[in-house]
Design a protein around this ligand. Structure first.
Ligand code: NAD
Ligand code: AKB
Length: 317
């Protein structure tokens, strides 16, 4: 279904795990001629759309791209994630904060009308209640990624109250999709495992067997993003970022579900530095506010997610 509006959309970081699937969905809704994709380099997955080479830290170039295409909405997805962030903390802070300020300022100066910026469950830390973690709770993140997302949330709320910026965001859990590879997160094991299961029938997990983390199928994540972006402004009562829950499982539980399809699949465990990051994050998320304010409900449970990943990846791997 095409939405008949005058919106022109820019997706920054469009070649990444979320960007590729978000682009496909926005193309269906708005037409690919109304969706411009930007990244550091072109991606083979984005051939339908006009591509702009852009470093989101370059405010002047970002402004030029927005003016050139008469952009009204920006989805800003460019960031360094938790695991790669820990390898280069100062650069992670620089990219994650400068990119956000550059896009928030575009909205503050009224060059764009609406901004989407994703946060993460990484805003929570070891002192946060870890089961059914509520929207409002102790937040003392211990990774540079989490610190940048928490600071980003505060700035989004500040720009909303102070300058009337229509900024919206979700605290995504680990996202699991089959269309592109993940980009350096702690939850990446839950994508890699499917590729290895189909290739070699085994997987060595970098998280221990009992590490429960909140996760979500990419289709649910994209649907949540679009539902939030299409909700009437008065329903979006939280401008920092909303908790959204999908499902929650451990590597052992995921492996057991995969074994139902691939009986000879074997998993072994070799936890590395990402274990400490995972230990600091919630096990499950309470998303009562997202349900109440704009009607959020996930569709994927574990059996459905595993069936979907294996059947779609079978022909790809
Ligand atoms: P990704 O790493 O797969 O993609 C990020 C994209 O941004 C890449 O294509 C990269 O080339 C691009 N990029 C990097 N630096 C850039 C720059 N300076 N200028 C322009 N583009 C640049 O990440 P993703 O998984 O798609 O995540 C997108 C957003 O969602 C991030 O903000 C991330 O923190 C957030 N998020 C993702 C997850 C997840 O599980 N994937 C969970 C929580 C939050
Ligand atoms: C990561 O593991 O860094 C991301 C996230 C949960 O933000 N997937």
């Amino acid at each position: 279904m095409l939405i008949n509006t005058n919106e022109k959309i820019l997706i920054i970081g469009a070649g990444g795990q979320i960007g590729v699937e978000l682009t496909e969905n926005l193309n269906r809704l708005y037409g690919s001629n109304n969706v411009v994709v930007a990244d550091l380099k072109p991606s083979a997955a984005l051939i339908e759309n006009t591509f702009e080479q852009l470093d989101v830290m370059d405010a002047k170039r970002l402004f030029e791209v927005v003016k050139k295409h008469d952009i009204s909405q920006v989805y800003h997805l460019a960031a360094l994630l938790s695991a790669t962030g820990e390898q280069n903390p100062m650069f992670a802070w620089k990219l994650n904060m400068e990119g956000l300020f550059n896009t928030l300022d575009l909205a503050k100066e009224k060059h764009i009308a609406k901004l989407y910026w994703p946060s993460s469950i990484a805003v929570f830390g070891p002192t946060t209640p870890s089961v059914n973690t509520p929207q409002y709770t102790v937040m003392e993140p211990s990774t540079v990624y989490g610190i940048s997302k928490q600071a980003g949330e505060r700035w989004c709320e500040y720009y909303f109250h102070k300058y009337g910026v229509d900024v919206r965001g979700l605290r995504y859990p680990g996202l699991i999709g089959w269309k592109s590879a993940p980009g350096g997160g702690t939850t990446d094991y839950a994508v890699h495992i499917f590729h290895e299961a189909l290739k070699v029938n085994s997987y060595t997990s970098f998280l221990s067997e009992e590490t429960a983390l909140p996760m979500m199928h990419m289709e649910d994540a994209i649907r949540a993003t679009l539902e939030l972006m299409h909700a009437p402004a008065e329903q979006v009562k939280i401008r920092s970022s909303y908790n959204v829950s999908g499902l929650s499982f451990t590597p052992k539980e995921l492996a057991a579900e995969i074994t139902k399809h691939l009986p000879n699949f074997r998993i072994t465990y070799q936890p590395d530095f990402r274990q400490a990051i995972a230990n600091s994050w919630p096990k499950s998320i309470n998303d009562a506010e997202a349900q109440l304010h704009w009607g959020w409900k996930a569709h994927y449970d574990l059996p459905k997610l595993v069936e979907n990943m294996l059947s779609n990846l079978k022909s790809k791997v």
